[in-house]
Design a protein. Structure first.
Length: 177
């Protein structure tokens, strides 16, 4: 009888933990988040995704968490998302990031991203001093506990040397939407 109660207790505890994880969402990591900027990313005139930058502070502060939400308008493979991210991190970081480090980050991004289609929402959460969490819809896909990765990844959109300075300005709330 005691063994059966113990199994029941463990089952209820496990179910509770699973439900908590299922209910977790990116907003919990960025309390009080509001949209500070929106924009769209286009390639050769075709819209690839709509972007929203969420933060509790405006202007964006480097020591505060924020979320970058991308809502895809086209089909893009996970491999293409990962490779584009690696290429941009390499371009922006130069020699500050080794090939081995890029390879490790590439493996982490493969776990963080999915093949997307129109309507897929991927949200990356920047956690200063910790790393980044990635959500597909409201489901946490993967967490990367590496502050250097997080800075390098979000620089793709927010660094002044980004390939799309207009989108950067829109996201930061300093440009036209």
């Amino acid at each position: 009888m005691a063994r059966a109660r113990l199994r029941l207790y463990h089952s209820v505890l496990l179910l509770g933990l699973l439900c908590t994880q299922a209910l977790a969402n990116w907003q919990e990591a960025v309390p009080g988040a509001k949209i500070i900027g929106v924009g769209e990313f286009r390639v050769f005139g075709f819209e690839v995704y709509d972007a929203r930058l969420w933060s509790a502070t405006q202007p964006l502060l480097p020591d505060q968490p924020f979320a970058l939400e991308l809502i895809y308008q086209r089909n893009v493979s996970r491999d293409d998302l990962v490779q584009a991210s690696v290429d941009e991190i390499k371009r922006l970081s130069g020699a500050a990031v080794s090939a081995d480090q890029l390879d490790r980050w590439k493996l982490q991004m493969q776990q963080s991203f999915v093949d997307v289609q129109a309507g897929t929402r991927i949200t990356g959460v920047y956690l200063p001093g910790q790393g980044a969490r990635f959500f597909v819809g409201q489901h946490q896909q993967h967490e990367i506990n590496d502050p250097q990765f997080a800075r390098a990844f979000f620089a793709i959109w927010l660094d002044p040397r980004t390939r799309n300075p207009e989108l950067r300005q829109q996201l930061l709330g300093t440009g036209k939407n």
